[in-house]
Design a protein around this ligand. Structure first.
Ligand code: 5AD
Ligand code: SF4
Length: 443
């Protein structure tokens, strides 16, 4: 038997990358690499990169810079870069960073064991960034490679239902670095969730860039609400969440699922991006502010407890004060539970990067601050409305002082109680609502 080796993974960016990093760890555990949190001990360091927003490349080079002394101390250390920046830059990363061994793209996780072997045995440096569009089964396989023992102790799990995106919003690099939409066969998804539940997972979040477009594997005739319904009947699973749902595709039948499926939690992440019709059009989002507001109304009409969160970009090219006012107005009308807001940053290859009316940085900054201030007020008001109410909390962990978990509406809740309750759902009375969390007591 080969001597055991250690793997350190650094993840930048979104949930999709968190999930890919889990898959990498799972796949490599089957090849004798055990995860470690100690970089000194690692025989293999992998950086999983994100290029959705600003300074992506800069962050990659500066992180790789910090790895140079590790390589100098331990020349047999293998360093690999994956994810969206790897997909985008390929070979050129190897040229620029002489001590980098491996570059692998978003469809190439399954190639890692081979690339690592070649680097280790033959000192080969290589970049693999091929898209497997016509043959998804090849790269979808490692999605299942998650040995049961790696999941132990975790209460929640991320499960990929589809990859890629076909929407081509004019600011977004995702379609270029993650390829076209491909859905996983539903049987694989169910099998993965059953496996997670066996290791103690109680809640799964189904992830994909646009889960509404889910259509099952090749030859399957299904859709996202049907998938949810199948997952709802898995024994031992307590909660289901999903993200992200594109507002243009949020269907009536998906909205109905919140009523009919007991495990589906009352939270929808519904990124609006802008409140201005002119900007929405230029972003190629495929909906108007009215259409968006109608979807929000429909969600709340069917499910009064529904929490709604959103992503917003400020300073998109051509955004005037009046457009930004529309965005502020949108946040006030919807009264989001939480908001992720970003300054627009031009991304290579995207249409918006070539628009001539870019907004100056100081205006972007000012708008972002105004939006955050407004949202903080709203979040605080909304969370105060919880005071005195009773909510169900799935306990996920504990810091030295208290237990922490999430309500069905995705609020972080802090409670006093025994550590052995982690993994259980409890009912709690909320005693205090703050801008980012709730505090309560178990009843
Ligand atoms: N600039 C700023 N924010 C962006 N996002 C995507 N592309 C960009 C960009 N070029 C934001 C969107 C998206 C979230 C994941 O990142 O709000 O919903
Ligand atoms: Fe990017 Fe738009 Fe696709 Fe979301 S829907 S990943 S913002 S192109």
């Amino acid at each position: 038997m080969d001597q055991e080796r250690y793997l350190f993974v650094e993840t930048q960016g979104c949930q999709m990358n968190d999930s890919d990093s889990e898959k990498i760890a799972g796949l490599l555990a089957g090849h004798n690499y055990m995860p470690t949190a100690d970089k000194e001990k690692a025989d293999l360091i992998i950086l999983n990169t994100c290029s959705v927003r600003n300074k992506a490349e800069h962050k990659v080079y500066s992180y790789l810079g910090t790895l140079r002394p590790y390589k100098e101390k331990k020349p047999e250390l293998i360093i690999g870069v994956g994810g969206c920046v790897a997909q985008q830059k390929g070979e050129s990363l190897l040229k620029r960073v002489p001590y980098l061994d491996i570059v692998f793209g978003t469809h190439n996780i399954h190639k890692l064991p081979e690339l690592i072997d070649n680097a280790r045995v033959r000192n080969e440096r290589a970049s693999e960034t091929r898209f497997y569009e016509g043959e998804p089964e090849i790269f979808l396989d490692p999605v299942l490679a998650r040995p049961a023992d790696l999941g132990t102790g975790k209460v929640t799990g991320l499960v990929t239902v589809m990859l890629g995106c076909d929407n081509f919003c004019s600011y977004c690099i995702v379609p270029y670095v993650r390829g076209r939409e491909i859905s996983r066969p539903s049987a694989d998804i169910i099998r993965e969730i059953e496996g997670l539940v066996e290791t103690g997972v109680k809640e799964v979040t189904l992830i994909g860039q646009n889960v509404n477009s889910y259509e099952g594997g090749v030859g399957e005739d299904t859709d996202f609400p049907s998938l949810l319904s199948e997952i709802n009947s898995i024994d031992g699973l307590k909660r289901i969440r999903f993200m992200t749902s594109h507002p243009k595709d949020l269907s009536e039948s998906l909205i109905d699922s919140f009523c009919s499926l007991s495990k589906l939690c009352e939270h929808t992440h519904l990124p609006v991006q802008s409140g201005s019709d002119i900007i929405l059009e230029r972003m190629n989002r495929g909906y108007s502010r009215d259409a968006y507001l109608k979807k929000v109304q429909a969600l709340r009409g069917k499910s009064p407890e529904m929490a709604i969160t959103s992503d917003i970009i400020v300073g998109f090219p051509g955004e005037t004060d009046a457009d930004f006012d529309d965005t502020m107005d949108m946040t006030e009308r919807v009264r989001y539970d939480a908001l992720f807001a970003f300054k627009y940053s031009p991304r290579p290859e995207t249409r918006a990067a070539g628009m001539t009316d870019q907004v100056p940085e100081d205006i972007k900054e000012r708008r972002l601050t105004a939006l955050f201030d407004k949202q903080r007020e709203i979040s605080l008001e909304k969370n105060r409305e919880y005071e005195g109410r009773i909510v169900e909390v799935l306990l996920e962990g504990r810091d030295p002082e208290r237990l922490s978990g999430k309500s069905r509406a995705f609020k972080t809740v802090y409670l006093k109680g025994d550590e052995r309750l982690v993994g259980e759902t409890v009912m709690a009375r909320i005693t205090k609502g703050s801008a980012n969390s709730l505090t309560g007591e178990i009843i």
